[in-house]
Design a binder for this molecule. Structure first.
Ligand code: ADP
Length: 371
C-alpha cells in the first residue's frame, strides 16, 4: 500500500498502449506514482505485489478479463478502489462491474478531464476506506486492552480476596465467631459469583456468538428474575425505591445462558434504581408476544431525551447531564446488555421520557420444547 498522503499509486491494467501512455502522462503530471500491466495476469501479480490505491481495469483483454480481475481484487484487498474502463460500454456490463465492487465506470473514449474527475473521487473514496480500516483496528486494540484490564485489574484482586477468605474461614488466622463466619460465608459466595460473572464476560468477549449459543439451555426466566430481584432488594431499599415483579402464573422459558441473562437483567434493574428519583419505583413485567418472551424493566426515574437514546448502547457512553454525572457508572452496562441480547438472537429497545422515566424492553425467542 502506498502512502496516500504523499504519493498515491495507480495501476493501469489495459492491453491498449495508447490508453496506458495517456494515463501515464496524466498521472505522472499530477504527481502520482503509476504502474502499468498489459494483461490481466500481470495486472493481478502487480496488485498482489504493489498493493496499489487505485486500479484502472480494461474490461476486454486477452486471457483474464476485467470482470475476473475485479473479483480477485475484492478478495485480495476490499479497500482497493477499482475503476472499469472500456470501449464496449453497455448498461449490463456497467451494472455487473458495480456489483463486483467497481467504484465507477469510464467508457472509452474519455477526455483527460473526465479521467481526472473520476480518479479524484476514487482517491477520496480510498482515503475514507483507509480511515475506516484504521478506526476499526484501533477499536479492536481498545477492546483487547479492555479485556486484559478486566482480567488483570478486576479478576486478579478478587482471586486474592477469595484466597484470604479461605484462610480466615479455615481458622488459620485465629478463631472466627459463628456470626462472623456466617457473614464471611456470604461474602465468599458473592465474591465467587462476581468472579464467575467476570470470567463469563471475559469468555463472552473473546468468543464468537455461534460458540456461546452452544452453551444455551432451556431456562425458566421468572425464577431467574425473582432471584435477581431478591438479590437487589437491599440496594433498592437503601435508595427507598420500590422494586417489584408484576405477578404472573405463567412460566416463561427461553434458551439461554443463565449467568449472561442474570448479568443482562441485573444491569437493567440496577440502572432503574440508579437513575431513579426519591421514593421511585422499578417494575419488571413478563409477557409472551408472537413467540417471544418480552421482559419490560420500567422505572419512574430521570429518563432520557430522544437525542441521547441512539447512543446509550455504545461502549463507555454516558449521558452528559449533571444528574447522570453525579452517579457513578462506566457506560458499559448497556453495551454488554445489548451484546448478551444479540447473542440470544433477541432485541433490546428503550422508551424514555425526560423527567418521567424509562422502560427497557427485552425480547427473547421463546425456548423450551417448541423453541
Ligand atoms: P452506566 O450506567 O454505567 O453509566 P450504562 O451503559 O448502563 O452505563 O448506561 C449508559 C447511560 O445510559 C447511562 O450513563 C445513563 O446516562 C443512561 N441510562 C441507562 N439506563 C437509564 C435509565 N434507566 N434511566 C435513565 N438513564 C439511563
Amino acid at each position: 500500500m502506498s502512502d496516500l498522503e504523499q504519493e498515491p499509486l495507480f495501476l493501469i491494467i489495459d492491453d491498449e498502449q495508447a490508453i496506458c501512455d495517456s494515463c501515464f502522462a496524466v498521472f505522472t503530471k499530477d504527481g502520482y506514482k503509476i504502474e502499468i500491466a498489459m494483461d490481466g495476469k500481470t495486472g493481478l501479480e502487480k496488485v498482489r505485489e504493489l498493493k496499489p490505491d487505485i486500479v484502472l481495469i480494461d474490461l476486454k483483454m486477452p486471457g483474464i478479463g476485467g470482470m475476473e480481475v475485479l473479483k480477485e481484487i475484492r478478495k485480495i484487498d476490499p479497500n482497493m478502489v477499482p475503476i472499469i474502463i472500456t470501449g464496449y460500454a453497455t448498461i449490463e456490463s456497467a451494472v455487473e462491474a458495480m456489483k463486483l465492487g467497481s467504484f465507477d465506470y469510464l467508457p472509452k473514449p474519455f477526455t483527460l478531464n473526465e479521467l481526472r474527475v473520476i480518479t479524484k473521487r476514487a482517491l477520496e473514496r480510498r482515503k475514507l476506506l483507509l480511515e475506516a480500516e484504521s478506526l476499526r483496528r484501533e477499536k479492536e486494540t481498545m477492546q483487547e486492552k479492555f479485556i486484559s484490564m478486566v482480567s488483570h485489574q478486576l479478576r486478579t484482586p478478587l482471586v486474592a480476596v477469595q484466597e484470604y477468605l479461605e484462610v480466615i474461614l479455615g481458622g488459620m488466622a485465629g478463631k472466627v465467631a459463628d456470626e462472623q463466619k456466617h457473614m464471611l460465608e456470604r461474602i465468599k459466595i458473592r465474591v465467587s459469583e462476581l468472579l464467575s460473572l467476570i470470567n463469563d464476560w471475559l469468555s463472552f468477549s473473546r468468543l464468537d456468538e455461534s460458540k456461546i449459543s452452544q452453551k444455551f439451555k432451556p431456562l425458566e426466566i421468572t425464577s431467574l428474575l425473582k432471584e435477581i430481584v431478591d438479590f437487589m432488594q437491599p440496594i433498592a431499599q437503601e435508595n427507598e425505591i420500590v422494586l417489584e415483579i408484576a405477578p404472573t402464573n405463567n412460566t416463561f422459558i427461553v434458551n439461554g445462558d443463565k449467568e449472561l441473562l442474570r448479568e443482562l437483567f441485573t444491569n437493567l434493574i440496577s440502572n432503574g434504581i440508579n437513575y431513579n428519583r426519591e421514593k421511585g419505583k422499578v417494575k419488571i413485567a413478563l409477557n409472551e408476544e408472537n413467540s417471544n418472551i418480552v421482559v419490560k424493566v420500567s422505572d419512574t426515574g430521570i429518563g432520557m431525551s430522544d437525542t441521547e437514546i441512539p447512543f446509550i448502547f455504545d461502549e463507555f457512553y454516558r449521558v452528559k447531564s449533571k444528574e447522570v454525572q453525579a452517579i457513578t457508572g462506566t457506560g458499559l452496562g448497556l453495551s454488554i446488555a445489548r451484546r448478551i441480547v444479540e447473542a440470544h438472537q433477541g432485541s433490546i429497545n428503550v422508551e424514555s421520557k425526560l423527567g418521567e422515566g424509562t422502560t427497557f424492553i427485552v425480547s427473547l425467542p421463546k425456548g423450551g420444547e417448541n423453541g
